[in-house]
Design a protein around this ligand. Sequence first.
Ligand code: ZN
Ligand code: ZN
Ligand code: FE
Length: 757
Amino acid sequence: MLDHSNYKRRRLTINGIVQGVGFRPFIYSLARGIGLVGSVYNTSDGVKVELQGSSPQLEQFESRLRPEAPPLSTIISVEIEEIPAMDESDFTIVASYDNASVSTLISPDVALCDDCKAELFDDKNRRYRYPFINCTNCGPRYTIIENIPYDRPFTSMKHFPLCKACHTEYQDPGDRRFHAQPNACPECGPQVWLTDQKGERIESNDPVSKTIELLVEGKILAIKGLGGFHLAVDSRNTDAVARLRLAKGRDEKPLAIMVRDLATAQTLVHLSQLEIETLGSIQAPIVLCTSKLDTNIAPNIAPGNDRLGIMLPYTPLHHLLLSGKLDTLVMTSANFSEEPICIDNDEALTRLAGLADFFLLHNRDIYLRTDDSVVMELSGKIRPVRRSRGYAPRPIFTKRKGPSILAVGAELKNVVGLSKDEKVFLSQHIGDLENLEAFEFFKMTIEHIQRIFELEPELIVHDLHPEYLSTKWAKDQTLPLLGVQHHHAHLAACMAENSLEEPVIGIIMDGTGYGTDGTIWGGEFLVGDPTGFDRKAHFEPMPLPGGEAAIKSPWRIGLGYLHQVFGANLPEIPALKERDIQPIIQMLNANINSPLTSSCGRLFDAVAALSGGRQEIRYEAQAAIEFMQAAQNDLGDDFSIFDPVQTDEKHIIPIKPILECLLSRKQTGRNFQQLSQWFHNSLIHTFVKITEQLRYENGIQNIVLSGGVFQNTLMFEGLINALTDIGLSVYTHHEVPSNDAGIALGQVIIGQKFLSF
Ligand code: ZN
Ligand code: ZN
Ligand code: FE
């Protein structure tokens, strides 16, 4: 009989991402290691742990809990209560009470862990070179879940009954595969095989090695992965890259590269410590890094771009593919142009028939397509550009609990959001809702997320733009609706991820967003919070001849701006001499299909084109990106301040002085680099001046920056520095993208405030 007089018993209630992530086995081994007795079990309030032992033992447990928790878990809170000691001599894992709606948090998909990687290349291991090796700490999650609870029969692993050896691991709390739902081995698990374009199987006892051979020969391979298919080619082979671009309908947009390891990455790009950590993280995103000059990769991978998207292998299959003759591979989402990524074998064989020469297929189904995530380091932090695989559906935690909201996002880079209490679940990247496939994917994702998180929203929030497919879909539903102005959503998103609640000044520099006055906004200074906003300052609206179509032709935007400012006295612009400008001028004169916009993105396009930059673009923001790169990370010391004109309560930044200063600088022989430096520097000075004015008028110190323009390093870092220098607190995005992929978060927050009025 134990003497309990020196023992204490405590009950810990732990909340957060603590299910399906190896949490209970972790608690089990931690408690046992310390010599504590008790039990661990799941309840609808979270994971409960009862611990009994001496005070130092209990303290040791509590201090080691957070730092040693499994990599996939996130502990949000731990509540501790003292309870009476009892007669107990062991520590046990208690089976789940079945219908308790245990924490509905589902882990994202996770890159292969080091333990599994070691086994993968250990020829004595029973999973040697097995492409689906995984454990409690790694492998597929979100993409294979069909329903909850997260249990094997509700995942695409249901087709693979565990063999005896795997079953033993699965049931042993001391095993690192205890309750690993995707657990598998060559005996019982999924397999890969190779086919030609027609789907005819190519017999080989080593399809992976055969794939490598084909890649070395210059073939395009469609490779089924974790969240969808990739198209892969040898990144040293310029012809293969060119063929891939042609097939994919992607002529210049940079392609991402998967590299064997960090050492290989370092031959291609410069890496900061933060970038190194991010590449090797469990999310394993594509990191947009600064390219090195002399590398042996094909020049057409990221033509004209200073940055190269790099990622490390994140599935066992990737590790195998990169362990042979090839140490770098172009790996791009397998789709045509902006359509969603392929996930199904038959679908891939049909849709990719003209794109890929061979297919490396497998029979573990993907239930939810998920593209690779993209991040970049800006101003000392990693910022998402596309938040998808590895991150979704990990929730964003907000400051307060609120009603459940469905936010349908914007049009481009669509992401949808669903909230529950203080958690906002953002979907993976859905893409541009401009084609039927993307729209189907959008609908399916909404349905799927509602199901796996058991959410019944009380309100649907949509963008104000009446033509967005997301808006139209929302209007077809029976739930109550709220339309939210696009830039207000940007503001609220940035506030939410920085836990701000008091009104802020939002500097929202963007491409396109429907305004409350029916014009297109996009260069806005808003003062407000999630309950409302005032539009305090913006760029003078300029015509966009041909509407959205003009975005592909920056010269047209430049011409529209010039025409608006100078009328018939158009200044001579060399770049415009080669263009057929008359039809555009007629369009502008007659005011046909020339909507007005205050967009900052369009101003960048116009100025870049008029400065001698790109006249036509092949991918989004190409003109602005190349213009920014020309400054070579230097703002120079030449700048103008474009004094805003005050009109009833508002400050309007006039376009005429911008163009006049630009033209006079061109006349005095400033080159493209100098013009870029001058323009960036001038915008920063102008923005600072307006912000100071708004601080004075509104007594607000907190500034949020949002909108796609803030993916421009020079603007973003320059403005943060300048605003911080004058004593303002600057808040930026680091959990959701600054671009329209962050809109859904803002929509959720605004919807919650709306319902709680
Ligand atoms: Zn593992
Ligand atoms: Zn097995
Ligand atoms: Fe936007």
